[in-house]
Every structure is written in C-alpha cells, then in structure tokens.
Design a protein around this ligand. Sequence first.
Ligand SMILES: NC(=O)c1ccc[n+]([C@@H]2O[C@H](COP(=O)([O-])OP(=O)(O)OC[C@H]3O[C@@H](n4cnc5c(N)ncnc54)[C@H](O)[C@@H]3O)[C@@H](O)[C@H]2O)c1
Length: 161
Amino acid sequence: MVESNNTALQIREAQLVEDREPDLLGEIRSKRARIAVLGMGHVGLPTALSLCELGWHVLGADGGPPLVQQLWAGQVPFYEPGIEDLLRRHLHKNFQPIEDLEAAIRAATVVFICVGTPQGENGQADLSQVESVAGTIAQHLNGYQLIVEKSTVPARLRPIG
Ligand SMILES: NC(=O)c1ccc[n+]([C@@H]2O[C@H](COP(=O)([O-])OP(=O)(O)OC[C@H]3O[C@@H](n4cnc5c(N)ncnc54)[C@H](O)[C@@H]3O)[C@@H](O)[C@H]2O)c1
C-alpha cells in the first residue's frame, strides 16, 4: 500500500515537472541536452564515456589541468578495462574534456557531481570537494538544470522551511 502511494506520488510529481518544464524533458528525452560531469577520476571518467556511448554529448570537467591535458592526448592515468578505447572513440566527437568548470556548468542541462570524498584523519568523509563544486554550481546555474549527485556522501535530513 505504501509502495503504491509512493508510486502515485512520484507520477504526480513527474507530471508537475513535465507541465512546468516541457523543454527540459524534451531535451533530455531526445538526448539534445548536454551533460557536464564534474570530476574526471575513477568514477567521473567512466560515467562520462558511458554516457557518450549511449549517445549523449558530454563535457568532462576537472580542476586538475594536467588530467584534462592527458585526456586530450588520449591517455588515462588509471587502469579501467576498455576505458582508453572508449576515450579514443568519443574524443573530438561527443566527449570534450574541459578545465573551465564554470563554463561546463553554464553550458550543460544536466550536471553530474563526481568529485572525490576521501576519508579524513578522523575517519569521516572529507566533503570539501563536493561543497566546493556545489558552491560553483550555485553561482553559475543557467536556468532550470538537473543536478545529479554521484559522489558518495553521508545521508542527512534537514527540515524544510
Ligand atoms: N573509485 C571507486 O571505485 C568508487 C566507488 C564507489 C563510489 N565512489 C565515490 O565516487 C566519488 C568519486 O570517486 P573517485 O574515485 O572518482 O575520485 P577520484 O579522486 O578518482 O576523482 C575525483 C576527481 O575530482 C576532481 N576534482 C576535485 N575537486 C574538483 C573541483 N572543484 N572541480 C573539478 N574537479 C574536481 C579531482 O581532480 C579528481 O580528478 C567519491 O565520492 C567516491 O567515494 C568511488
């Protein structure tokens, strides 16, 4: 019963978004929407290239310029089976590595956060990279955009209002 109520609620919410943002949903359904993936590490790069393989246009942004330059040279600084083949297939076509995080956020309709959350000295996740990109996204939002949080962060609840 709870499950069917939740499903009905999700359908109603989806309908509300569709009524308000038909252009956004149309762009996403037709894959005209450009995606920005923020963080080109072990999670972000495979995510970006897999999305390219599915037919999306992806900007791969990273704060470390040597990494972006390496990607433009067709090199991946870590091991992941098949990743260099995927990079070669999509570079200069629907995958564009980019150093300018702000430009990537402004140009995208969907923004994936894939920056690191390393364990700090006290054993807790260091969320500073996520907080930094969240602040940059907030400053450079360009209309109605979909933000996808893929970095691993602890769940938190906060009252609304
Ligand atoms: N690696 C895994 O197998 C794995 C598995 C599950 C979950 N995760 C989670 O996924 C997230 C990403 O992990 P990862 O292994 O890809 O990390 P990573 O350290 O390999 O990559 C993070 C990338 O983010 C970039 N970055 C940091 N701050 C930035 C900023 N302000 N702007 C742009 N780029 C920035 C770094 O330069 C780096 O290239 C983490 O939360 C991690 O816990 C990782």
